[in-house]
Design a protein around this ligand. Structure first.
Ligand SMILES: [Zn+2]
Length: 505
């Protein structure tokens, strides 16, 4: 019997899978056991064809392949390559010792070439953890594996080249990690947006403390432009965050072949026709959805009320916990989903309810219906609500350039540094994530700030959740101002951004 180490990914963690192969005398038979799903059954045909087309006879007799541990569900075609190698090894075509300390994965095409698979980065992290030294991966996935230090990664394009390499007939060059150019030029700068100082200030606060933001206003006022420019003021990902973001993209099959580590924050903007599964993740074999692909970055939902309400309701849990849990009969899978939500909406179906210059043609019934499409509890999770108005002619024609994103980002980086120092001993990173238990200690207010909040609770009948969210925003405003405690004007600004309930007239 011969065994090779491969992997399976649960959530964004890979766990080792051992591919054991035994050939014995008897009727010609080729079975794969160990809870293989339908796709693994198909891989039998691919393996058989690939071995033959690489120039080896397919062994006679009873071939049994076991993928262990058996109780772990395994997915997809990534075991083609380790299975093919183990079959050849049992026949003595490859010396056994060449695959010690090695992790192998890859899909085979019928002609023996090797196709890319998902989850190579998570597998490489696993290989490092279990102290394997070598990894053979599909050529197209080599960069994501090469991200991991202390691991000799070889990108292989066909079964033939890999065998020749193992037999020392040729030498495949070890893959060197090439840090790719990060696309920064695509980002829009805040200085290109005229006016909108209130909205820009709101976005700055949101970026500094990780708060969710709702932009509302008539069509054409630049809500989408503001949202799309938002990544330009976000600080770069830390190394650890890069690893998380890239792992999710790898598991979702969203990494391009030249991609190594993703170093810019994700910005995802799913269409309102997206299904619940594509938004939050799922499927028979759970894959991450948009909210996980937006992890450590931005999820932008344009035309929020157009999203079906039952789809939006799935966001509530992840917005609180930063994680999405997908339950399946065999296992429960968790994907990280710590994203900043930006949503945009018109104030009413025709769009002009808040526009002083145009008349809204909606009936009050239509308006109420429109607002009802977004539930109160979801609306409650928007810490900053910003009315984006049409610009006056004077501002439109003015040539004054406003502050650049680079200089705004400097303040945000400083405010985030303060938060990092404050939360060094907990999983929390940003003010928006402060737990109820810590809020009193962390969001201390001056007496006059306290008095103002008490007034607001009465006059606006604020819920406890709303109150604590306002305090967290005020904490961020104080951090931006480099103030230790929350003062009255910090709280006043937070209240101003909370606004009144949308369209209550
Ligand atoms: Zn209207």
């Amino acid at each position: 019997m011969f065994s090779i180490t491969s992997s399976t990914t649960v959530g964004i963690e890979a766990v080792p899978v051992t591919v054991e192969t035994d050939v014995s005398n008897g009727m010609n038979q080729f079975t794969i056991v160990g809870l293989p799903d339908a796709s693994i059954k198909e891989s039998r045909d691919r393996i058989r064809a690939a071995i033959k087309n690489t120039g080896f006879p397919f062994p006679r007799g009873r071939i049994t392949v076991n993928l262990a541990p058996a109780d772990l569900r395994k997915q997809g075609p990534l075991y083609d390559l380790p299975i093919a190698l183990s079959i050849l090894a049992t026949r003595g075509e490859i010396p056994l010792h060449t695959l010690e300390n090695t992790v192998v994965l890859g899909e085979l095409a019928l002609d023996g070439s090797i196709r890319p698979v998902r989850g190579v980065l998570t597998t490489a992290r696993m290989a490092q953890r279990i102290q394997k030294k070598i990894m053979f991966v599909p050529k197209e996935n080599e960069q994501e594996a090469a991200v991991i230090n202390d691991l000799a990664v070889y990108g292989v394009s066909s079964l033939r080249t890999l065998i020749d390499h193992l037999l020392h007939r040729i030498t495949i060059t070890k893959t060197m990690y090439v840090r790719r150019e990060q696309k920064t030029e695509e980002q829009m700068c805040f200085s290109f947006i005229k006016g909108q100082d209130f909205a820009k200030r709101g976005l700055e606060i949101a970026a500094a403390g990780g708060h969710n933001i709702l932009l509302s206003g008539p069509p054409g006022t630049g809500k989408t432009l503001l949202a799309r420019s938002f990544p330009s003021i976000l600080p770069p990902l830390t190394e650890e965050e890069s690893m998380e973001v890239t792992s999710i993209a790898s598991v979702a099959g969203e990494l391009a072949s030249s991609d190594g580590l993703i170093e810019t924050r994700p910005f995802r903007s799913p269409h309102h026709s997206s299904s619940a599964v594509s938004l939050v993740g799922g499927g028979t074999w759970p894959t991450p959805g948009e909210i996980s692909l937006a992890h450590r970055g931005v999820l932008f939902l344009d035309e929020l009320p157009e999203f079906p309400r039952h789809v939006l309701e799935h966001l509530r849990g992840p917005l609180e916990d930063g994680v999405v849990t997908i339950s399946r009969a065999q296992a429960t899978v968790k994907f990280p989903a710590r994203f900043l939500l930006i949503a945009a909406m018109n104030p009413c179906p025709c769009g002009y309810a808040s526009d002083p210059k145009r008349r809204c043609v909606c009936t009050s019934f239509q308006r109420q219906n429109y607002e009802k499409r977004v539930s109160g509890p979801l609306l409650d999770r928007f810490d900053l609500r910003i009315e984006v108005a049409n610009l006056s002619k004077e501002i439109l024609l003015s040539e004054v350039h406003s502050e650049t994103s680079v200089s705004i980002r400097e303040r945000i980086v400083r405010a985030r540094k303060k938060q990092a120092d404050r939360f060094f001993d907990s999983a929390c990173r940003l003010n928006a994530e402060i737990s109820p238990a810590r809020i009193e200690q962390v969001c201390a207010m001056t007496p006059s700030a306290k008095a103002l909040l008490s007034l607001a609770i009465d006059s606006q009948s604020l819920s406890p959740r709303a109150t604590s969210r306002i305090r967290k925003v005020a904490r961020t405003i104080a951090d931006l101002a480099e103030s230790e405690s929350i003062e009255e004007h910090h709280l006043a600004e937070a209240l101003q951004f909370r606004g009144q309930r949308l369209q209550q007239d």
